[in-house]
Design a protein. Structure first.
Length: 188
């Protein structure tokens, strides 16, 4: 799809504040910050159902078209913990149902789902959703085109939310993840 066919319906450049449409899941103040046009979150131990400092907002109504959710994710520190990850999580009725993340698996970094190798420190994630499907895309720093990592189905539209988050961090040590240029686009 040509980028001229896309319409930005929401964006957050994290210029000094977090937009009022966001809310925190298990906010842990002091473990997130806004710095130089980006949101930085310290990766803490935990899983999808215990994640801290997940920033969540209402998702677009998938009955009204196809949408792309995009964010640039940068590791300030190389991940060290098995399944340490950061990216986009899709919520339905308050529960995480799908994620597109950069994740450490068996000592290597991948885009999950799809297990596409991702050794670059910075990657642009793009989750394209329709009324019944998702497509996980990514573009490594320096690349110009998105690649598809995987595709699949989503439950019917309902109380959907989208989140940027990170978890499975080390119990000791400080790992920060940077999120930049979050946007939601209508692509059809």
């Amino acid at each position: 799809m040509n980028s001229t066919d896309e319409q930005v319906i929401f964006e957050d450049k994290f210029d000094g504040i977090v937009d009022s449409g966001w809310s925190w899941i298990r906010e842990h103040s002091g473990f997130w910050r806004i710095r130089d046009g980006g949101l930085e979150i310290q990766v803490e131990p935990g899983k999808a159902d215990t994640v801290r400092n997940a920033l969540v907002r209402p998702a677009p109504d998938r009955n009204e078209g196809t949408f792309a959710i995009e964010v640039t994710v940068t590791n300030h520190t190389s991940p060290t913990e098995q399944f340490e990850q950061a990216g986009i999580t899709w919520y339905s009725d308050g529960k995480p149902v799908f994620k597109e993340v950069k994740e450490l698996v068996d000592g290597e970094l991948f885009i999950i789902p799809g297990r596409a190798p991702m050794p670059a420190a910075s990657v642009r994630l793009r989750l394209v959703v329709t009324a019944d499907s998702w497509e996980a895309q990514y573009r490594a720093e320096g690349d110009t085109d998105f690649q598809t990592a995987a595709t699949g189905e989503l439950p019917p539209p309902g109380d959907d939310q989208v989140s940027i988050q990170c978890y499975n961090g080390p119990p000791e040590g400080v790992h920060w993840i940077r999120f930049e240029d979050f946007c939601i686009k209508r692509v059809s």
